[in-house]
Design a protein around this ligand. Sequence first.
Ligand code: NAI
Ligand code: XMP
Ligand code: K
Length: 498
Amino acid sequence: MQILSEISRTFGEYLLVPNLTTANCTPEAVDLSAPLTRHPVGESAQIRIAIPMVSAVMEAVSSPRLAIAIAQAGGLSFVHQNQPIAQQAEMVAAVKRNKAGFRHSEINIRPTATLAEVAALLEQAERDIAVVTDDGSPTGRFLGLISLRDFHPQRHDLNAGVETRMRAKADLVVAPPTISLSEANTLLWDQRLDVLPVVDNQGRLASVVLRRDYELHKRFRNESVDDDKRFRVGAGVNTRDYRDRIPALVEAGADILCLDSSDGYSVYQSDVLDWVRSTYGQNVRIGAGNVVDGRGFRYLADAGADFVKIGIGGGSICITRDAKGIGRGQASAVLDVVRERDRYAGETGEYVPLCSDGGILQDSHMAIALAFGADFLMLGRYFARFEESPSALVRVDDQFFKEYWGEGSARARNAARYGQASGLLFEEGVDGYVPYAGRLDENVSVTLAKIKATMVSCGSITLRQFHDSATLVEVSHQSFLQNSQDIRLRERPSGGRT
Ligand SMILES: NC(=O)C1=CN([C@@H]2O[C@H](COP(=O)(O)OP(=O)(O)OC[C@H]3O[C@@H](n4cnc5c(N)ncnc54)[C@H](O)[C@@H]3O)[C@@H](O)[C@H]2O)C=CC1
Ligand SMILES: O=c1[nH]c(=O)c2[nH+]cn([C@@H]3O[C@H](COP(=O)(O)O)[C@@H](O)[C@H]3O)c2[nH]1
Ligand SMILES: [K+]
C-alpha cells in the first residue's frame, strides 16, 4: 500500500495570477487552436481543432446535430458508442454528408399542412422560413418555400394549406448539387436570398445554403472540416466489439476515434491500440483513457494512443467516487499527467496531446484546466444544455431544462457495463436535468471571449505560451465565501456561471 502525499484538488481551488500584458496581446490575437493527434515535437499535428473543446462521448450529448454545430464553431464531437454499430456508423455518416455551408434542411413541411401548423413549427424553431417538400422530409421532392412574410393571421385563413401561400419552386432560385460554396454564397447575396435550396436532377432536396450560416461563418471562421470541406467528427469505441465497430466507423468517415471508459489503465485498451496500429498503421487516429496519473499516461502513450484523456469521477453526473472509491481531483490529475507528457516528449520527441474530461462547472475552469497544461477539454454538461443536444427539452414551472444522464447510469443501460456476463450491477452515474441555455454558437462565443480575456491578462496569445507561463495560486475556502457576500443580486449576470 502506498499513500500519495498530496491532497487531491479540483479546478475551483485555483486562481490565475496575471502576468504582464503587452500591446500585441489582445483578444483578437489569441489563437485557441489545439492538436488532437500525437506528432513530433515542434511539428504540427495532423488533426487540429480551432477551439479546444470536444463534446463528451455520451448519448445525451453527442448527436449528429450537435456534432455539426460544434464543428461549425471549430471544435469536435465524439458520437457515443452506447448503441448498435450500424446506428453509430449512420450518425457519423450523417455528419459527413454535410459539407460546410451545405446543410440538411431542418425546418421542413408538407404542402398539405395548414398555415397554422407551419406558424407553430416556425415559432417553436425560432426561424422565419420552412422548406416545402412533398413528404415534409429533408430529402423529399422540393416544392417551395414558405416564410412568416408569406401570410398573416388577420389576412389569411390559418386552416388553409401551405401550398396556397408558399412561393413555388418555379419562382425561386435553386441550385444543382455541383454548385460550390462560394458560388452559392454569391447567389445568396446577388439574388437577396435567405435560403438557397440545392436540388438534385430528380427534383429532390439535397441540402440548403442559409444566409444565417454565412453570417455565422463570418463570425466563426474556424470550422473543423476535412480536405473535402466535410465537417470533422469523432466517434467513441469500447474494448469489446472494436474489431467490428472500428471498421464500420472508419468506413462511415469518422476522423478520429476515442476509447470510452472510466478507467483506461488496462491491458484491454493496449490490446485495442495494438490492433488499430497493426490493422491501419497511422491512418486511423485514436485517443485512449481515462487516466489520472503519469503511470496511466505513459502506459497508453507507449501503446500508441494519439491523445490521452484524463478524469475519473469528476464529471457532473459522476458517482464513481461513491460507487467504487476511485478517482482523483481533476486539477491534481491534470497536473500529474502534464508532467509525464512533457517528460515523455523530452525522451521520445513525440508530443501526445492531453484532454481534460469532465468537472468543468463554470467557464473560468476551462481557462484554469488549459493553464494547467491540458491541450483540449471534453465537456458533457456544458454541451447538454444547448438547443442542438439530442435530449428532451422539458419545462418545470417557468424554467426550461434539458435532460442529461451519465453513461454509467441505469438509464444509459450501457451495453458494455450491463450486457456482460459478469454484469456490473451497480450504477456509476445519475439521471437528471440541466438548465436550458439556448444555441450552441452564442454560448460558445461568450465562453471563448472569457478564455481569451483570461489569456490576455496572463500575457499569452497561444495555448502553448499559456501552458508555459501561467501562474496559478491555491485559494482558501474563506476567500470564496467572502466573494459577493451581502449583495443581493438584482438578477444573474448574463454569461456568468454556466
Ligand atoms: N470518466 C468517468 O469518471 C466515468 C465514466 N463513465 C462512462 O461510463 C461508460 C462506461 O464506462 P466503464 O464502466 O468504465 O466501461 P468499460 O467497458 O471500460 O469497463 C467496464 C468493465 O469491463 C471490463 N472490461 C473492459 N473491456 C473488457 C474486455 N475486453 N474483456 C473483459 N472485461 C473488460 C473493465 O475492466 C470494467 O470492469 C463510459 O461511457 C464512460 O465514459 C462511467 C463511470 C465513470
Ligand atoms: O462517473 C461517471 N458516471 C457516469 O455515468 C458518466 N457518464 C459520463 N461520465 C464522464 O463524465 C464526463 C462529462 O462530465 P461533465 O458533465 O462534468 O462535463 C464524460 O465525458 C465522462 O468521462 C461519467 N462519469
Ligand atoms: K485499471
